[in-house]
Each structure stands twice: as structure tokens, then as C-alpha cells.
Design a protein around this ligand. Structure first.
Ligand code: NAP
Length: 347
């Protein structure tokens, strides 16, 4: 035990959050202790608090996305030193690894130094959104197993193959568009509110289709872009409406990635594939894809191949997170990732 810090605690299933102190533990082998300067909010955090899902042990600390300064390194760690600025993919269901707190422990396989062109706030937008995008596209168990851009021949491999991305303006959607570009997909068609068109085209979308179109109108709009079968679709929204539209669009060799459980009534003889992804790299199935991603991520961000999400900083430190999470339910988040700064919490 090395002291105490403030954390946003969920004391019991669906209870209100409280801010209180917890012990700051030492990092174990292959881990680093980080002073968390910025943490991003995700829809999953709101669902855990509202619906009591995903987390089994309480009291719980939530938050998956962190950026900050290395305080201490665990046994065997050679890639990081105290004082390094890093970003990292935390984990819930292990309170030491969660990010809605002032100090967090990171597993070095899912951490990297922040490139000079990114702030802590920007770096904190990357981990879960990018992890979900990458594991969905390149993971073997929780994805459709495409050849990743970090593998030999992976960059540009899917040249002249169309991809459709439902919800390109969301956090996951932004990263799917950028990875699709790296993988060479063309055209890259995404659905979104049209006010995001310029931004999504800068990220790599070739065509942005109004997400409010009816299914027949969407199908026609896609057909105007390409006559090739759409064999890869990533539905980042994954509500019934988008899943059914995706299933209606997808070609005979189709592979569909979902972020929420499938509601599609798939016939047993239908050979098209549906995969529910899981963006958490801290599982046996995802570890290697996550590790490879994190070995490349900082370089991609530095070169500008990958842009972080746009940031909206929320005030009040950890105390601002609750009202930030409520905005997910009201649809009050518009093309930004909400980011809190745990050390701005007033006692
Ligand atoms: N399985 C996993 O491991 C995993 C991991 C991360 C996230 N998720 C889930 O994935 C979903 C997306 O997460 P996120 O972080 O990307 O969310 P987000 O950043 O909050 O994205 C929400 C955006 O989706 C767009 N949208 C809503 N309905 C749409 C529709 N019918 N068609 C097209 N776009 C629509 C809206 O954009 P406009 O402004 O364009 O209207 C909205 O701003 C959430 O349900 C989240 O819980 C799952």
C-alpha cells in the first residue's frame, strides 16, 4: 500500500455513484502505476450503472480509457519509466485497473507513450473505441479475422473491396473508418447525421449517407456508390434498426460485426457470418490482437494515420462523470468523446 486517492465508486449494483478514497496499490510484474490526468466516458459505463450489467463485483470502479503520467513501474518493466506520459486501456471488474480514479494500474501490453502531438485528453479518447474497432475487424474470436495492418501485406490489402460502417460519427465508428482506410477498403461508406460529413471524409470515409434514410432509400444510396457485393459491414450502433438494415444490405459472403448482441433471425443454412465483438483486450481471446495494436498505435497517432476522437472536457473532475454519463441516455453527445480530469476533483 502506497497511500490513498479519490475514486468514483459504484457501491452496489445500480446504486448512485459516490466519490471516496481507496488505497493506491503498487503495480505488479508487467504493470505500471499511473497518475490519471484524463479519462474518457463510454456508453458502456452508463449501462453498467443504469442496468447493472457487465460488472459482477461491488463496490466497483468503472472507466476503461486513461491517460496520465507513470508514477512507478512494476517488476520486469523496461519500456516505461517514471515521468513518462502514457495512455492505456484499463479494465472494469478489477478496481485497480479502472480509470475513474486518480491513480490506476495499467498492464504494459495495453499502454503506450503519448506522442507529442496529442494532449492527455485526446489520448484518453483512443483505447476502448480503437480496441473495439480493431478487435472487431482483425480479431479471430471476437472479430471477423481480417489481416491486420500491422501484419505483412495487411496495409492496403482490401483494396477495391467496399465496406459499410453504420454509425461512423460515434467513437467506435471514427476508428473503424480510419482502420478501414489503412486496410485499403474502397469505397468506405458510412451512415451518420449529415452534419458530420466533412469530418468523416477527413477520417477516410468516401461516402456519408444520411442515417435517417429508410432502408429502401439506404439500399438505393449504397447501390449508387457501388454495384459490388458488400461483404464487410461494421454496425457500431447495433440497435434493431441498424442490424436489420445491415443484414438486408450484406452480400452472400458477408461478415457483419456488431457491438451489441444480435437480434437477427438467421436461418441455419445462411452462411453469412455475424460476430458480436468485445473491445476489451484483457481477455485470453483478445490479448494478442490487443498487444499488437498497442505496439503500433502511438506511431500511427504520431504520423496522423489515426486521429483521436474530438474531445469535450467535462468540469468537476470525478464528480462531473455522473452527469456526463446521463447524456448518453438522452442522445446529447454529438460527435465528441466526453473526457474528465480526475485530479480536478474538489474534496
Ligand atoms: N461490444 C463492445 O465491446 C463494445 C465496446 C464499445 C462500445 N460498445 C457499444 O457500441 C455502441 C457505440 O459506442 P460508441 O462509443 O461508438 O458510441 P458513441 O460515441 O456515443 O456514438 C453514438 C453515435 O451513434 C450515432 N447513431 C445513433 N443511432 C444511429 C443510427 N441509427 N444510425 C447511425 N448512427 C447512429 C449517433 O451519431 P449522429 O451524430 O451521426 O446521429 C451518435 O452520436 C454503444 O452501444 C456501446 O455500448 C460495445
Amino acid at each position: 500500500m502506497t497511500g490513498q486517492h479519490l475514486a468514483l465508486i459504484l457501491p452496489a449494483r445500480q446504486a448512485p455513484f459516490t466519490v471516496s478514497t481507496r488505497e493506491t496499490n503498487d503495480p505488479g510484474p508487467g504493470e505500471i502505476l499511473i497518475k490519471v490526468k484524463a479519462t474518457a466516458l463510454n456508453p458502456g459505463d452508463a449501462k453498467i450503472q443504469k442496468r447493472g450489467i457487465y460488472v459482477s463485483r461491488y463496490p466497483a470502479v468503472l472507466g476503461s480509457d486513461g491517460a496520465g503520467v507513470v508514477e512507478r513501474v512494476g517488476e520486469g518493466v523496461t519500456r516505461f519509466d517514471p515521468g513518462d506520459d502514457v495512455f492505456f486501456h484499463g479494465a472494469f471488474d478489477d478496481n485497480d485497473l479502472s480509470t475513474f480514479q486518480q491513480y490506476s494500474i495499467a498492464v504494459v501490453d495495453f499502454a503506450a507513450k503519448i506522442p507529442d502531438n496529442l494532449s492527455y485528453d485526446q489520448a484518453a479518447t483512443v483505447p476502448l473505441g480503437m480496441g473495439t474497432a480493431a478487435i472487431g475487424l482483425y480479431g479471430r474470436t471476437n472479430g471477423i479475422g481480417l489481416v491486420a495492418p500491422w501484419k505483412s501485406g495487411g496495409q492496403g490489402k482490401y483494396r477495391n473491396m467496399p465496406i459499410v460502417i453504420f454509425g461512423g460519427s460515434g467513437s467506435v465508428g471514427n476508428y473503424v473508418i480510419q482502420l478501414a482506410k489503412m486496410s485499403g477498403f474502397s469505397p468506405i461508406i458510412t451512415t451518420a447525421a449529415l452534419r458530420h460529413t466533412d469530418h468523416l471524409k477527413r477520417l477516410g470515409a468516401t461516402h456519408v449517407i444520411d442515417r435517417h434514410l429508410s432502408f429502401p432509400a439506404l439500399k438505393q444510396a449504397v447501390a449508387r456508390v457501388t454495384s459490388a457485393p458488400i461483404n464487410v459491414i461494421y454496425d457500431t450502433v447495433s440497435i434493431r434498426e441498424t442490424q436489420e438494415a445491415a443484414w438486408g444490405l450484406i452480400g452472400p459472403q458477408g461478415r457483419l460485426v456488431l457491438t451489441l448482441p444480435s437480434v437477427i433471425d438467421k436461418r441455419p443454412d445462411d452462411r453469412r457470418e455475424i460476430v458480436l465483438t468485445n473491445g476489451n483486450p484483457h481477455t485470453e481471446d483478445n490479448w494478442e490482437t490487443g498487444r499488437q495494436l498497442w505496439m503500433n498505435l502511438a506511431r500511427w497517432l504520431e504520423k496522423g494515420d489515426i486521429q483521436p476522437n474530438s474531445v469535450e472536457t467535462i468540469s468537476g473532475g470525478l464528480k462531473g462523470i455522473n452527469s456526463g454519463l446521463e447524456r448518453f441516455d438522452c442522445g446529447q453527445i454529438d460527435g465528441v468523446k466526453l473526457v474528465a480530469r480526475p485530479h480536478e476533483t474538489e474534496r
